[in-house]
Structures are given as C-alpha cells and as structure tokens.
Design a protein around this ligand. Structure first.
Ligand SMILES: [Zn+2]
Ligand SMILES: [Zn+2]
Length: 551
C-alpha cells in the first residue's frame, strides 16, 4: 500500500466508465474523497435504476477519511452521497448551488439534517486534514463547477473535473484562466483532466450563440413548443426564458426536478429578473402558440415528463399536430433505444422533432481537443492523468497529451492506486472496486446473487413447485407449479404446464423411499424434471425453486 509521505490517487468510480465519479487522494495516512456520484441502470440490471461505487475500501478506512469535496451539482458527481454517507460519515464541502441540491436530496434517504455540509464560495478555499484545497471556477453545463488545487507536503495536484472553455456561458463564470496559470506556475505534480470529449476535434461551442440559435428555431415553430434538456442546466433554463419573451410565449416547467433546480438557482442569485414560471396544470389555459415548455426526460427515461407526454399519458400536457419538441441535449450512449422509442411516439402524434442533427440546439459541457490543448499550455504540468472517461477515452487522452507537450502520462482505472509523487508514477495496489445497486431502500452488489437472479428471472422466467409428502414419503397431492413469465395459462402453454407437473410426479415416483427423505436430492430431482420440460418446449432455462412440505 501507500507510504505516508506519498501522494496517491485512487479512483473508485469514473475512471474506465463515464458516470459515478469517486476519486480518493491519499497523503499522510488521510484520505480526501473528490465526488461521490451515481450511474444509471440499464437492461442488464433489471429493477435497478441507480448504482453507486462499491465503497468497501472507504468503509475500511472510514476513520482516515477527512471529507468529501463535491466539484459540481451533477448526479454523476454528488448523487451517491445520499446513499453512501452513512458509511462515509464525514464532512461534505460544496459550493452553495451544489449544497442546495444535495440538502434537498438527503431527506429522500432519511438523512435530513444529519450531514455536515460546509458551503465554500466558488473560487474559495479550505483546509481539511493534511489537504489545502482551493476552488477554481470552471465553465460547465451547471453553475459553480469547481476545479480543485489540492496542496499537500508532497506537492499540489490539479483536479480539473468536468469543464469547457466558454467565453459566454450566460450563467456562472468563465473558466478561471488566471488561477489555473497561477497554480501551474507555482508548480503541480499532476494535472487530472476530463476525458469525455477527447475524440472531438476543435472546440465545444458556447451557450451564448446557442441562445440566438434557439430563438431562431422557436420563431419558426407554430403551436406548442417543448424543449427537453437536463434540469440542472440553468443557462439553458435562462435561455428558455429569453427565447420565450422574444417569441411571445410563456415558459412552463414540466417535471419536478426542473422546479427544484429553479428554486435553488434563485436562492443562489441566478435567474434574476426572470418572470414567474407557469405550472404544468395551467398550460391548458394558454393559447397554443404562447406555450414554451421545459420538460425533463431527454434521455427517454420512462417515468419522466417527456415520455409520459409522448405516450399521451401526462395528466396536464398533450401534444398534437403542429407542436414541436426540441431535444436540447446529447444522446448519452446506452440511451439510443429509449430515445428512439420516444421519437417514434412523437412522430405518431405528428409532432415535429428537432434535434442536434437538424439545428444548432445543443452544446456539450466538456472540452474538445483545442480546449484541452489550451489548458495544457496554462498549467504546464509535468504529468497528465486522464479522468472521467471509458478506457478508450483515457488511453486516447494520454496519447493526445503526449503529442501536445506533456512529458509524462499515467493512468489509473477504478480500484488502482496510483502514486503521483514523489518519484515516478506507479500503480501501488489494486483495491476492491465495483458497483452497488440501489435496490429500493438497500444497496446490493451488482455482480451479487440478487441482481444476477433478477437478471436470469427477467430473461428466462421463474417457476416455483410445491410438493407435499406424507410420512411414508409418498406424494399426497398433485404438485403445485406456478410459472409466471414462462407459462401463459392459455393454449399450448396449458399442456406444457401439465407436462411439467406430470414430470415432477414421475421424478418423485422413480426415487427410492430413502432418497425421498433427503430434501436436497428431492429438490434437485423436482427442479430438474420441470426444467427439462420447459427447456424442451421453450428453449430456455428458467429458475425452478422447490418447496417441500412434509406432513
Ligand atoms: Zn461528470
Ligand atoms: Zn458535469
């Protein structure tokens, strides 16, 4: 493991994947956590919406964990705190905007008022354990995003989380070139940097010109207009207000998370001078050509406002021919099918769908290659460590940095402890890492029995057989067999069901009296008999559970 005078970086999430960021910096026997995010479930994790990093290493070292610093208010950076704080049990540091969002999320997991949240102003600083932390303003798609300069006796590391260069970010500040140059001049041991858009040439684009373009797009729309974007994008929300004003429309917020963000933004001094938002329930009272709605669900999330509107299942909002939906967002990889489904539903309603491909309606929040190059020039770091990327992003980022004048690169994926200083970078250890699923009110390992069984059940179905035997080990009733997800209850399935039951009767009948008193053997035989029938008839191997009742 690491020696006390070594400065190490240990990612437990976000390196080797995009999502659920969790990075640990270690020095002098203490650990500082940077971000604690979530990632979202998919087809492989049925019933699981949200996942967090496996916190085993932090839990083992909980007494040495001095704090969690939140870089910004995105779910992949702070969404894990409500689920994991009980294990972490340490102070949280965040800007007022991120703190505002976090304190509204904590009651959802019963952590109302128990988490010590220290608000730090954007650009401010604080000390915790052996770490002196300075916040540095970054432009990104949510206000108050902060890079961290983390100073220790072994050197300073610059943790540049999600960022971009935007001369006109509309809400919040530009990326603080002066401070980044200053920390660079003072000397850093490593630049840790966002890799999300490392494959994108040129520059990412600015919120300012986007507002103008949205205005042009909406000007040409006839009836109701809905714009789908991430709720936390306050600049986009402000743009919506301006565009609405310029096109004679009123802005309605449709989706709880939008109202929550608007409230926090106002508390923190953003969205000043904006007129009141319209409640979804009042949209029906406005003429159709005066409606401009911000809606949640740009990624096709089934319970979000846009999916319900597209399915004509929203209590307050309906769209029809002549209305328009603007996707002011990127398709996050993995969500293509859900978004495609949404677009088909909207097309059936004869609603015009406008995406990035049709018009300039979205800009990314992450730096493209020219911006990365510019940052390298400001910081002049001897070493780059890529973060916030899948393996291919991290590897490409190392290559790109080397080509652009950074002498050394080092890479750590989740669970790998990387020494940053002193001396050459080196992977010192591999610790436990992985994912936990938020399954209702508990956390379960994603590769553990519960999620694995759930996956198999959704794929192949599950059957439960009950056999009742008397004191001689004879069946005294016809076995019961319920098989949801396998047997339909009508047509040929009824025959299959009966066959499976006869197979169970035969299997028990062919066992010796002695074997029938052995629960394990009996269970095995019953389950195998039913499985054989299901497999022969359907080609699938369902889980078959057996209950034995002895009278
Ligand atoms: Zn992120
Ligand atoms: Zn972000």
């Amino acid at each position: 493991m690491n020696k006390p005078d070594e400065l190490v970086f240990l990612p437990l999430g976000g390196c080797g994947e995009i999502g659920m960021n969790m990075g640990l910096y270690g020095y002098g026997g203490s650990w500082l956590m940077v971000d604690c995010g979530v990632t979202f479930g998919d087809d492989l994790t049925p019933g699981v919406d949200v996942m967090v990093p496996d916190p085993a290493f932090v839990v083992e070292n909980a007494k040495d964990l001095v704090g969690v610093v939140v870089t910004h208010a995105h779910e992949d950076h702070l969404g894990g705190i409500p689920y994991l704080w009980r294990q972490l049990n340490c102070p949280v540091f965040a800007t007022p905007f991120a703190a505002g969002l976090l304190s509204r999320k904590l009651p959802e997991t019963g952590l109302n008022g128990t988490v010590p949240i220290n608000e730090v102003s954007p650009g401010g600083n604080f000390s915790v354990g052996p770490f002196e932390v300075s916040f540095i303003n970054l432009a990104h798609s949510v206000p108050e995003t902060q890079a961290l300069a983390i100073k220790t006796p072994a050197g300073t590391v610059l943790h540049v989380t999600d960022w971009k260069l935007d001369a006109d970010p509309l809400v919040g500040t530009v990326t603080d070139e002066k401070s980044l140059r200053k920390f660079g001049n003072d000397g850093v041991v490593a630049l840790m940097c966002d890799s999300t858009n490392v494959f994108v040439e040129g520059r990412t684009g600015s919120e300012g010109p986007l507002r103008t373009s949205l205005n042009d797009v909406v000007k040409n729309c006839k009836n109701r207009v809905a714009i789908a974007c991430f709720a936390s994008n306050v600049a986009r929300m402000e743009s919506a207000m301006h565009v609405a004003e310029a096109t004679g429309r009123r802005v309605a917020l449709v989706g709880r998370s939008l109202w929550r963000i608007a409230e926090i933004a106002k508390e923190c001094g953003y969205l000043k001078g904006c007129p009141e938002f319209v409640d979804a329930r009042d949209v029906g009272y406005l003429p159709r050509d005066e409606v401009f709605m911000l809606v949640t669900g740009s990624q096709g999330e089934v319970r979000a406002a846009l999916a319900r509107i597209a399915a004509d299942d929203h209590p307050d909002i309906s769209l029809s021919e002549g209305d328009s939906v603007i996707f002011s967002s990127r398709e996050i990889p993995g969500n293509e099918r859900a978004i495609g489904r949404l677009k088909n539903q909207l097309a059936r309603l004869n609603v015009d769908v406008i995406t990035e491909r049709d018009a300039f309606v979205h800009v990314s929040g992450h730096p493209a290659r020219d911006e990365l190059q510019e940052l390298y020039g400001w910081v002049n770091s001897p070493m780059l460590v890529p973060i916030h990327g899948e393996a291919r992003h991290l590897i490409e980022h190392c290559k790109f940095a080397k080509k652009n004048g950074i002498a050394k690169t080092a890479m750590a994926e989740n669970g790998e402890m990387l020494r940053l200083a002193p001396g050459e970078p080196e992977i010192l250890a591999q610790v436990q890492s992985g994912r936990y699923a938020v399954d209702g009110r508990r956390l379960v390992p994603v590769d553990g029995d519960v999620v694995r069984a759930r996956r198999r059940m959704t794929f192949s179905g599950v059957a439960v057989a009950t056999v009742v035997l008397d004191e001689d080990g004879e069946l005294i009733k016809t076995p019961q067999l319920s098989a949801p997800g396998i047997v339909d209850g009508i047509g040929e399935d009824v025959v299959m069901h009966e066959e499976a039951i006869s197979a169970i009767v035969d299997a028990v009948g062919s066992m010796s009296r002695h074997q029938r008193f052995n629960d394990g053997k009996l269970e095995g035989a019953v389950s195998q008999a039913a499985r054989r029938v299901f497999r022969a008839e359907t080609g699938k191997r369902p889980i078959v559970q057996v209950h034995i009742v002895r009278i």
